[in-house]
Ligand binder design. Structure first.
Ligand code: DGL
Length: 270
């Protein structure tokens, strides 16, 4: 059985890259719902429906474990999938998200106990980061900034342009205007590692900028060590298959921006 990695589009490839670096021996399937991206401004109901369909595809394709490598899906669909969908449909399979592992690492990083989250509108509106942080580190204050223009700019390969620079600076400045004590900013959208350097430059000097890839990969290594019933069911041939709900030629050309390798994707219909 395989490990499935899901995102609304290409962003999850930034997570997949780090997961495969940490755990190269396993077999993976990546699914991008490129035909329906972006999810960031969609309602709970729609994000849940889309995410559940994609998770179902991955589970039916032989995945034992699926990582929602998308903050928006983790924020809006993960809990319902874990509590209401899996137990009745795939009781032996597991679906994990990216928000909890990100929050777990914050306790040791922030000194000012003020953390900024840059993410899609959906993730910020869901309050998921604030809720998870309150459970683990009630002394940490979360300040959110919805950045609705960033995913479309990245998905369209327009992220290294003066237009993108304008929006990056606008969002970073607005975040620090809300709370000057922030010493750590989470890139709470799996697309944002592509604009890490621009965000780092726009933020005040010395601020920690957290990319989720290595955090999620470390957490998965730990999860598999604690769950031998899952890891022993996973096959180890080091293979990877890419699937997209859009036309595969577009995926193939854009995906190389996110992973420095040649990718050939297959088109699927959900
Ligand atoms: N990459 C997704 C995330 O981490 C969002 C992309 C989208 O809006 O679909 O939130």
């Amino acid at each position: 059985m395989k490990i499935g990695v899901f995102d609304s589009g290409y962003g999850g490839l930034t997570i997949l890259g780090d997961i495969r670096k940490a755990l190269p021996e396993y077999d993976y399937i990546y699914l991008g719902d490129n035909a329906r991206t972006p999810y960031g401004s969609r309602s709970f109901e729609v994000v849940y429906d889309y995410t559940r369909q994609c998770v179902e595809y991955l589970l039916k394709s032989g995945c034992k474990l699926v990582i929602l490598a998308c903050n928006t899906a983790s924020a809006k669909a993960l809990r319902t999938i874990q509590q209401k969908y899996l137990p009745y449909n795939f009781p032996d399979c597991r679906v994990l998200g990216v928000i909890r592992p990100t929050v777990e690492c914050l306790g040791d990083i922030t000194i000012s106990r003020s953390v900024g989250i840059m993410a899609t509108e959906g993730t910020i509106r869901s309050n998921s980061y604030t809720i998870e942080v309150a459970k683990l580190f009630p002394d940490i204050k979360i300040t959110g900034m919805a950045c609705p223009m960033l995913v479309p700019l990245i998905e369209n390969n327009e992220y290294d342009t003066p237009g993108a620079q304008y929006f990056i600076e606008k969002y970073v400045n607005a975040l620090f205007a809300k709370n000057r004590d922030i010493d750590t900013v989470v890139l709470g959208c799996t697309h944002y590692p592509l604009i890490y350097n621009q965000i780092k430059k726009a933020a005040p000097e010395g601020v920690n900028i957290i990319r989720q890839g290595s955090v999620v990969a470390d957490s998965l290594v730990d999860y598999l060590a604690r769950h031998p019933e899952i890891s022993s069911a996973l096959s180890k041939n080091g293979s990877i298959g890419y699937f997209t709900t859009e036309q595969p030629d577009k995926f193939t050309s854009s995906a190389s921006l996110f992973l420095n390798e040649n990718i050939f994707a297959e088109h699927i219909v959900l």
